[in-house]
Design a protein around this ligand. Sequence first.
Ligand SMILES: Nc1ncnc2c1ncn2[C@@H]1O[C@H](COP(=O)(O)OP(=O)(O)OP(=O)(O)O)[C@@H](O)[C@H]1O
Ligand SMILES: [Mg+2]
Length: 376
Amino acid sequence: MQSPVDLFIGLMSGTSIDAVDGVLVRCTPRFETLALATLPFPDALRAEFQSLQQPGPNELERAALAANSLAELYAQVAHLLIAESQTSASAIQAIGAHGQTVRHQPGRGFTLQLLNGALLAELTGLPVVSDLRSADVAAGGQGAPLVPAFHASVFAHRLGRRAIVNLGGLANISLLPALMDPASGEVLGHDTGPGNTLLDQWCERHLGKAFDQHGAWAASGRVDAPLLDLMLSDPYFAALPPKSTGRDHFNLGWLEIAIATRGKTLAAEDVQASLAELTARSISQDCLRWRADEVFLCGGGAFNSDLVSRLRRLMPACPVATTQALDIHPMAVEAAAFAWLAARRVALQAGNLPRVTGARGPRVLGALHHPRMQTD
Ligand SMILES: Nc1ncnc2c1ncn2[C@@H]1O[C@H](COP(=O)(O)OP(=O)(O)OP(=O)(O)O)[C@@H](O)[C@H]1O
Ligand SMILES: [Mg+2]
C-alpha cells in the first residue's frame, strides 16, 4: 500500500513545443518514477504557441484561450498516468505543472508560462501547483533553471562530480559536487544556450520535418568553422552565471544574422552540422571547465546520436551516458523535477537554489490551485 502523501504528478511542455510529458512519482523513501505518459501537441495548439512567442494581434484573448486548451491537454496526460499506473486519484497529493513559456524576460522582472491552473485542478480533481518561476523572478532571480535542486537530490554521487545536461529546446546544465567532498563546492547550474531549438527550426525550414531524426542530416554536413566561431562569439556563452535564456534570444532571426555576417552561401546541411556543434561545444566547455567526472544526458536531444557523438568527441576523458543509467528515463526527468517541486510547494519548502538563479534567497515556488470540494 502506498502512502497517500508522497505521490505527485509532474507535467512539462518545454520550448520545443513538441509534446506534454508527464510522470507519476513517489518521493519517499526513495524517489521513483511509477508511470510515464506523453501526448503530442495538436497542430493548431502548437502553431498558436509558436505564434504567441512573438508580439501579435489580440494576444490577451488568444493567450487565455491557449492556456485553457493546454490545461485540457495536461489533464489528458494526468488521466493517462492515473489509468496506466492503476493508482487511485485520491492517493495523489498534487500536480506540478510547468505551462508553456511564451516570454522569458527575468531582467525586466517577468517570465510567463501560460496554463490555466484552476481549470487543470477542476478537470483532474487534484491540487495543481503552477506558475513555478515567478516567485524566484520576484526575488531578483532568473526563474531558471529550477531543475538543479531536483537533480542534486536524486542524482548526486558520493565521490564523483556529476554534470546533468538537459537537451531540450534550450539546454541547461546542473553541476553536482561529490557529496562526500566538502571542498568541492556548491550545486551550480545555468542554461548553456540552444539545445535542439535551432536544429529543429532549421530542419523544419529546409526538410519540412519537425526534427532531424537521430541527427542524421547534421551528420551528413560539415561544420563551417567561421560560422561556428561567429555563433560562439555571442556574449551569452561567455557570460558568467546566473544566466538563463529562451527562444526570445536564440531563434532563426539570430541564426540568419550570423549567416549574413559569415557572408558566404553555405549548404543547408553544413549549417545544421554547425548548429549541432554549437550545442555540443557550448555544453562541453562548461563541463570541462567545471572538471566533471561524468556527464548524464536527458531531454529529447539524448536521442540525437549525432549530438551525443559530438559531445563524446569533445570530452574524450569523461564518460557520457543518459539518465537511464541512473534509473530515470531521459524524457521523464524534466517532468519529474516539476513533480518534486510540487512536493516542495505543498510542504512549504523552498524550490529554488539562489546560487543558481541569482534570487535574493530561497523561495517557496508556485501558485496552488485547489480542486472542487468532495461534496461538489
Ligand atoms: N530521435 C531523435 N533524434 C533527434 N532529435 C530528437 C529525437 N527525439 C527527440 N529529439 C529532439 O528532442 C526535442 C524534444 O525534446 P524535449 O521534449 O526534451 O524538449 P522540450 O520540450 O523543449 O523541453 P525543455 O525545453 O523544457 O527541456 C525534439 O524537438 C527534437 O529536437
Ligand atoms: Mg518536449
